[in-house]
Write a protein that binds this ligand. Structure first.
Ligand code: FES
Length: 107
């Protein structure tokens, strides 16, 4: 279980507890948090689950796999340092306290 803070582009924060084994995308979807669309349902095929990870969390997350890297090219204004696709991040206890911010729009 991890407590995750999702910050909408406009600044509104949503703090929710997400069970281990779900993805960060599923945590937003299951809690009705706007700003993460996840059109492909988590198959790493759409880039509409894009977020910017808080700077102090970038190094703590498992590294991006090649497929995520490739798909991020299609995201709206990706930041090479902080952008991630939330469907590719599995929740574990180690993610407790994670903070992510949604982009202005999803591609
Ligand atoms: Fe489509 Fe993440 S939900 S890439």
């Amino acid at each position: 279980m991890a407590r995750i803070t999702y910050i909408e582009h406009g600044g509104k924060e949503h703090v929710v507890e997400v069970a281990n084994g779900l993805t960060v995308m599923e945590g937003a979807r299951d809690n009705g948090i706007p700003g993460i669309e996840a059109d492909c349902g988590g198959a790493c095929a759409c880039s509409t689950c894009h977020v910017y990870v808080a700077p102090d969390w970038v190094e703590k997350l498992p590294a991006r796999e090649a497929m995520e890297e490739d798909m991020l090219d299609f995201a709206y204004e990706p930041d090479p340092a902080r952008s991630r696709l939330t469907c590719q991040i599995k929740v574990t206890d180690a993610l407790d306290g994670l903070v992510v911010q949604m982009p202005a729009e999803q591609a």
